[in-house]
Design a binder for this molecule. Sequence first.
Ligand code: ADP
Length: 248
Amino acid sequence: QARRETLLYLDGVSKTFDGFKAINGLSLVVARGEMRAIIGPNGAGKTTMMDIITGKTRPDKGDVYFKGDIDLTQHDEADIASMGIGRKFQKPTVFDSHTIEDNLRLAMAGSRSVFATLFHRKSSAEAATIEEILTTTRLGDKRQMLAADLSHGQKQWLEIGMLLAQDPELLLVDEPVAGMTDAETEETALLLKDIARTRSVVVVEHDMHFVRALGVKVTCLHEGSVLAEGTLDAVSADPRVVEVYLGR
Ligand code: ADP
């Protein structure tokens, strides 16, 4: 697949830490509007891959391109975030003492001050975007609640909403359902599928029930490169995948 036609393109990426190859010739292509699940045992390089995409870690070699021609290895974290790559870490970081709606307004405002954001009049475009995000994140009827009063799962959804407020083309999500109830886990799969109708999403996840619910192409990493790629059924039946999961 040609680099120019893809949203995210990694080719031959390597990263060594103190002589240890955390990423070793990794290639990954994510299309516009695609959701991809990344699996792999601990130490496979999933976090390092996300760090490389978001500019937190610079690879030693290899190509990392966004939207065909943006060389991500030449940009820092703040630049990359502003170019349309949002990253959700495992631990939610929301403003506990603000309402759901104000959290979204603050996220949308980015660098504008808290005071200016909460006291300026919302434009109708802003209001419409917030409504859409409240619907997507299943938080519409909780808009006036303080973030502190949300369940763990709802806080994760709010944080996803805060990333959507910055209108990313690519959303990177790290283990979104860790610690969630079964009902929240199921709802999160639907929520991410809703998001993936208009954006690309890369999800790192250990919970195979959740990956199955996503129903998307799966990439299994091992020792810093792609071990297998395809449907979850095909990947989980691959003897090499079985071996790395059982043999650790
Ligand atoms: P995963 O997220 O799949 O569990 P990681 O990307 O966190 O894997 O780690 C891959 C390997 O790289 C691990 O063996 C880890 O110890 C090593 N590693 C990651 N970051 C660093 C670092 N900053 N310094 C040294 N080793 C690192």
